[in-house]
Design a protein around this ligand. Structure first.
Ligand SMILES: Cc1cc2nc3c(=O)[nH]c(=O)nc-3n(C[C@H](O)[C@H](O)[C@H](O)COP(=O)(O)OP(=O)(O)OC[C@H]3O[C@@H](n4cnc5c(N)ncnc54)[C@H](O)[C@@H]3O)c2cc1C
Length: 465
């Protein structure tokens, strides 16, 4: 039983990667640490449970990474995916720090495995957690517990007492009522607001009702909202988020990685009018998968259909659910209430526009359409060998980018530009500092690990002083 009448050095709100990195780092720096995880123990760990890998800079190949990935290359990738919408100083700092994280995280009990093949070719840039995100989290929790970090589950923080940039106390929900806890410093690592449909609706309107949330239902943004309401400076565009196309049959929350669909490049994508709406072959899939959630969100009823034929059925990682099959394009259309004639025309026009080429999905190949709008600029092959298949897809929201502005100490900045006295943030809740838009696979965990580690260390030092 944790004694909640005592004052802790560091209070960490959240129970995912950022929170655990912060808690371990603060404890290793000599602080007493309390972690408040809003979810029950079984569901601890927020979106981190669903992760598989992390992107870190490194100057040479390692046991599990096939070659070097320099700071400069990481920076150029980030610059490209964000279109320059990033805090350059903070982002470059994070990238530099990420080099050290590869070893630091192993020292906290996490194990790596060689990367998996498939449509996301990340073997050189991203390290994969042995056993996935859940195993990674279990290792961090075990280390935290062994170090003496106090952890309470089912402990949703309902209110924060903050006076002029200084954290004083937090109110948390317990089964037996509301309890007030005090601490010298705060680390907010409570995720974004992706699971708060009403908040999403403020920017997306009723369409948000059709969004599926890929991760935890517990990231409702309540801590973010409290902090912004109490003078912390916000960063990021509230409409920006990581969103991918996922199987429309996925559950509303927590469907995780197994509902994602990576077969767009192998076929065409149509909306409810059976019309194509975007170049399915615009760029290599790891650089494009994260735009398809937003593209589908912009379609009528927020649903679309990936259509392909039997020649590519075994070319990609399938969803948890099997694709819908049919002997003809018209029959396939009827299974989704699409106009059969319209779909036949779309596929017919596409097939007629395909130019011969040498197919290779790992490079920008020369298989393309000619005279078609929108074009398919790479990997275009005729869809003509039955049976035909379709996956219905919806926008799957991974996490939001609106957050709290921080400096290199992971210390929150207040609206007046001053640094908060004793408040730090890490992970999704401050991801918007680095991600103005766009995404490169594995950066979510980099942001959480780098800034979590720093936030914990800085919070501990502040508490000591
Ligand atoms: C399906 C899926 C796959 C992903 N795969 C990857 C990947 O392979 N690599 C990668 O880099 N990123 C991936 N991501 C993104 C990644 O999950 C996040 O960037 C990262 O986990 C964020 O860590 P975090 O600690 O900030 O948040 P989380 O891990 O989400 O933790 C937030 C925590 O805050 C708690 N909380 C929220 N509100 C309160 C409150 N009021 N009181 C107390 N606790 C509260 C929640 O219960 C939760 O434990 C994936 C996400 C999803 C959904």
């Amino acid at each position: 039983m944790v004694d909640l009448t005592r004052k802790f050095d560091v209070l960490v709100i959240g129970g995912g990667n950022a929170a655990l990195c912060a808690a371990i780092s603060a404890r290793r720096a000599g602080a007493s640490v309390l972690v408040l995880e809003g979810a029950p123990k079984f569901y601890r760990g927020g979106n981190t449970r669903h992760t598989r890998n992390m992107r870190c800079a490194h100057d040479a190949a390692t046991d599990i990474l096939t070659g070097p990935y320099t700071e400069q290359e990481f920076w150029e990738d980030l610059l490209r995916v964000t279109g320059g919408q990033t805090d350059e100083e903070l982002a470059r700092f994070m990238i530099r720090e990420s080099k050290d994280i590869l070893n630091w995280i192993v020292e906290q009990g996490v194990r790596w495995q060689p990367s998996l093949g498939g449509t996301l070719s990340l073997g050189r840039t991203n390290s994969f957690f042995l056993g996935g995100g859940r195993a990674m989290l279990n290792a961090l929790y075990l280390t935290a517990e062994q170090l003496g970090v106090e952890i309470i589950y089912d402990a949703e923080v309902l209110d924060l007492e903050i006076d002029d940039g200084m954290f004083l106390s937090a109110d948390l929900r317990r089964t037996d009522g509301r309890v007030n806890v005090t601490a010298s410093t705060l680390v907010a690592a409570a995720g974004g607001f992706e699971a708060n449909i009403d908040w999403l609706k403020q920017y997306w309107g009723e369409a948000a009702d059709n969004f599926l949330i890929r991760g935890t239902p517990y990231n409702r943004g309540s801590i973010l909202r409290m902090l912004l309401g109490k003078g912390v400076q916000e960063v990021g565009d509230p409409t920006q988020c990581h969103a991918v196309a996922i199987d429309a049959r996925a559950p509303k929350f927590d469907g995780g990685i197994i509902t994602r669909l990576d077969c767009v490049v192998f076929g065409v994508v149509v909306n409810t009018q059976a019309a194509r709406f975007y170049d399915e072959g615009e760029d290599i899939w790891p650089k494009r998968y994260a735009i398809w959630g937003r593209l589908v969100a912009a379609q009528p009823d927020q649903i679309a259909y990936i259509i392909f034929d039997s020649t590519v059925l075994n070319s990609f990682m399938p969803s948890l659910f099997p694709p819908i099959a049919a002997g003809s394009i018209a029959e396939l259309a009827s299974k989704f209430d699409l106009d059969p004639a319209a779909l036949e025309k779309t596929i017919g026009d596409f097939n007629a526009a395909v130019r011969p080429g040498t197919f290779d999905h790992t490079v920008l190949d020369d298989c393309r359409t000619e005279g078609l709008t929108p074009p398919k600029t790479h990997w275009a092959r005729r869809i003509e060998t039955p049976p035909y298949y379709a996956y219905p897809v919806r926008p799957g929201i991974t996490f939001t980018y609106l957050g709290t502005r921080v400096n290199r100490q992971a210390r929150m900045l207040m609206k007046d530009g001053n640094a908060a006295v004793n408040m730090f943030a890490a992970g999704e809740i401050m991801a918007g500092n680095v991600l103005g838009k766009g995404y490169a696979a594995g950066i979510g965990m980099t942001i959480g690990s780098v800034f979590g580690r720093i936030a914990g260390r800085e919070a501990a030092q502040h508490a000591r002083n």
